[in-house]
Design a binder for this molecule. Sequence first.
Ligand code: NAP
Length: 263
Amino acid sequence: MSSFHQRPLGQSGLTLSAIGWGTVKLGRNQGVKYPSRFELPSDADAARLLDTAHECGINLLDTAPAYGISEERLGKLLGSSAHDWVISSKTGEEYIDGVSHFDFSAEHTRRSVERSLKRLNRDWLDIVLVHSDGNDVDVIENTGAFETLAKLKQEGYIRAFGMSTKTVAGGILAARESDCVMVTYNPGHTEEQPVIDECLRLNKGVLLKKALASGHLNSDDADPVQTSLDFAYAHKGVTSAIIGTINPQHLRDNIAKAKRSLA
Ligand SMILES: NC(=O)c1ccc[n+]([C@@H]2O[C@H](COP(=O)([O-])OP(=O)(O)OC[C@H]3O[C@@H](n4cnc5c(N)ncnc54)[C@H](OP(=O)(O)O)[C@@H]3O)[C@@H](O)[C@H]2O)c1
């Protein structure tokens, strides 16, 4: 396994590779906004992607109940090596028969984490994020999701929790009330930078989603992946950029380019 930049996730005690593997495309190809249609990778291809990620020094996998069959597939593919990875999953969004439903209640939050533990074949989850419906502040203040995750952390079922937010106010509140925040941040979407600033100030973890603009890259740029990764890592508050790919060459390129940005 080659070495790759590892960083602490705030004060959580977890150490993450500066790139994580995002697994939407492992489990879901309906109702997604990628530039082109795709088939889910076969088990053999998915296993090769995991091997490549591991060989390149990636230790972080990001999944969610809302990513179709991503959690189940990861659980089967990882088997007994499931504890060798840092796994981040989510709660709050369910994607059933092509439609998203949200449930942030205490009961659902606990059931969802128990189900993720089973699917992923783990005794604990490293990170659980509330999967926002856009009403970040209301979800944090009025639903019981954060309180339940804090209890699950005390009980030893999760190591860290936070929220994948969609608003600046919600991201800042999540930074204050939890261990980490997942935000959208790329050269074409800088609105949520104040959340990363706040996480840096408070020493909380930051995970980036859509660092490559979900594949809608700037075609006027000779190397938009390098530009995006340089941009992501220029902010000292960023812990890890979770990048989704089912193309092994892209995975290797992203790691090589991340190394260049971080050199
Ligand atoms: N919590 C949330 O609300 C939320 C929302 C969105 C995403 N996420 C998480 O964040 C992860 C990343 O987000 P994302 O998948 O939307 O966006 P992303 O990582 O910005 O972009 C992924 C897209 O970029 C393409 N790509 C990757 N590397 C490339 C390269 N070197 N050259 C050209 N194209 C490349 C991929 O296609 P190929 O497969 O062809 O490489 C894929 O279509 C997700 O997988 C998920 O884990 C969370």
